[in-house]
Write a protein that binds this ligand. Structure first.
Ligand code: GAF
Length: 387
C-alpha cells in the first residue's frame, strides 16, 4: 500500500513541479488510548499510530524558496521565502509545513528551500492529529534530505515548537511524538517530561477484541480557547502547589494537595483530573503488560468521567457515543484527544462490533445528528521514508 500511495503522490509532484521528487515520506495520525491533557503537565500518555497518514513528496531547492502544495487544495503551489518565515506570518494550512521549516532554521539548521506536495488521509477536525502528521512528515523529509541527523523525538520537539510559536496553538508534545515514534502493533507509553518511551505490544484482534474510533464529525468552535484555558488552569495549580508541573503531585498525595488548594474549585478539578489520569495510564500499562486487556475497559470509562466532570471538555455528542456504546455491551469507551467534539474510542469484543456500531449510529440518528464515522483502529507504523 505504501508504494502505491508513494507513486500517486510522486506523480502529482512531477506534474506540479516538472521533475521527480527526491523522495516520498509518510507520517500517521494517532489515537490516544489513555492519558488525556497530561502531556503539557509533564505526565504520561499512551497513543498509537493510525493507518491514516500524511504523505509528502519533497525535493530540495537552493534558492531560498519554499513551495507547498496540498492535494486537498485546488489552487497551485503556495510560494514562500524561507528567510521571511516568522511566527504569525502565515495563517492558512501552509503554516504547519512552513512552521517546521522555520523551527528547523531557528534551531540552527541551514535549509535552502524545498518543493513539497502533500496528501493526507487523516480526517481533519476529528481529534486524530492531522496537523501533527503534516508537521512530522515534512520534518522527517527535510531531516533526511538535508542530513540533519535528528532523532524522532527531536523532530517531535521541533514540530511542537512550530505549532506553539509559529502557528500559535499551545499544544503539548503527544501528537508529534506519536506520529514520529509509534511502531506498528504497539501503543507508545510516553513520559512527556523527558520523552522516554516504551513500546507496549497491542494486538487486540489476537485477543478477540477491537478498538473502534467513532468520529462524531462535530467540532465545537470554542475548543481552541478552552484548551488554552485548561492549560493555564493546570499551570496555576502547579504554581499554587509549588511544583514544576502537575506530574509532580503524587497520586498518594492527591487528597492533601486538593486540601491545600482550598476554595480554588476550578483548579482543584483540573488537578484531580491530571493526577488521576496519570495513574490511569500507569494502570493501563500494567494491565496490558500482564495480559489483562479486557480489564482496561473500566479504566477508559473512568477516564471519560474525569474528562467530562472534572476537566469539563466532553460534549453531548461524545457522551452519547460513550453511553450508547456501554449500554450496548462495549467493554470500555471514552473521548480521545483535545475534546469538545472530535472522536471517541470504544473497546469491544470482536463479535459485538456490528451491534455497538449500529446502536451508536441509531442513537445519533435519533438525536438528529450527522451519521458518525466509525472505523477500527489498528496500531500502525510511525513516520518513515516510503521511497
Ligand atoms: C491535543 C493536543 F495537541 C495534545 O498535545 C494533547 O494535549 C491532547 O489534545 C489532549 O490530550 O491533541
Amino acid at each position: 500500500m505504501g508504494e502505491a500511495v508513494a507513486e500517486t503522490v510522486g506523480e502529482r509532484f512531477r506534474e506540479l513541479y516538472g521533475a521527480d521528487a527526491e523522495g516520498v515520506w509518510a507520517a500517521p495520525g494517532r489515537v490516544n488510548l489513555i492519558g488525556e491533557h497530561t502531556d503539557y503537565n509533564d505526565g504520561f500518555v499512551m497513543p498509537f499510530a493510525l493507518p491514516h497518514q500524511a504523505v509528502a513528496a519533497v525535493s530540495r531547492r537552493d534558492d531560498g524558496i519554499l513551495r507547498l502544495h496540498s492535494a486537498d487544495v485546488a489552487a497551485g503551489p503556495v510560494e514562500l521565502r524561507v528567510a521571511d518565515l516568522a511566527p504569525g506570518s502565515d495563517t492558512s494550512w501552509t503554516a504547519y509545513p512552513s512552521g517546521v521549516v522555520w523551527a528547523l532554521r531557528e534551531a540552527g539548521h541551514e535549509l535552502t528551500g524545498a518543493d513539497v506536495h502533500l496528501a493526507s488521509t487523516v480526517p481533519s477536525g476529528a481529534g486524530l492529529s492531522s496537523s501533527a502528521a503534516l508537521e512530522v512528515v515534512v520534518a522527517l523529509a527535510l531531516n533526511d534530505l538535508y542530513s540533519l541527523g535528528l532523532r524522532g523525538w527531536q523532530l517531535a520537539r521541533l514540530c511542537q515548537r512550530a505549532e506553539n510559536v509559529y502557528v500559535g496553538a499551545p499544544v503539548g508534545i503527544m501528537d508529534q511524538t506519536a506520529s514520529a515514534c509509534c511502531e506498528a502493533g504497539h501503543a507508545l507509553f510516553l513520559d512527556t517530561r523527558d520523552l522516554s518511551q516504551r513500546q507496549i505490544p497491542l494486538d487486540l484482534a489476537a485477543e478477540g477484541m477491537r478498538l473502534l474510533v467513532v468520529d462524531t464529525r462535530v467540532k465545537h468552535s470554542h475548543s481552541e480557547g478552552e484548551y488554552g484555558k485548561r492549560r493555564a488552569g493546570c499551570e496555576k495549580g502547579a504554581a499554587l502547589l509549588g511544583v514544576d508541573a502537575l506530574r509532580d503531585v503524587p497520586y498518594a498525595g492527591l487528597d492533601a494537595a486538593l486540601e491545600r488548594l482550598g476554595d480554588e474549585e476550578e483548579v482543584r478539578r483540573l488537578v484531580r483530573h491530571v493526577v488521576t489520569e496519570d495513574e490511569r495510564v500507569e494502570r493501563v500499562v500494567s494491565l496490558l503488560e500482564s495480559g489483562d486487556t479486557r480489564a482496561t475497559g473500566p479504566v477508559l470509562v473512568e477516564g471519560h468521567a474525569s474528562l467530562r466532570d472534572d476537566f469539563r471538555i466532553s460534549c453531548p455528542e461524545l457522551d452519547l457515543v460513550v453511553d450508547t456504546a456501554l449500554d450496548s455491551g462495549a467493554l470500555g469507551a471514552r473521548m480521545t484527544g483535545g475534546g469538545f467534539g472530535g472522536s471517541a474510542i470504544v473497546l469491544v469484543e470482536a463479535g459485538d462490533v456490528d451491534a455497538v456500531t449500529k446502536a451508536v449510529e441509531d442513537a445519533f440518528a435519533a438525536a438528529g445528528l450527522k451519521t458518525p464515522r466509525v472505523f477500527e483502529a489498528v496500531p500502525s507504523a510511525g513516520a518513515r521514508r516510503l521511497v
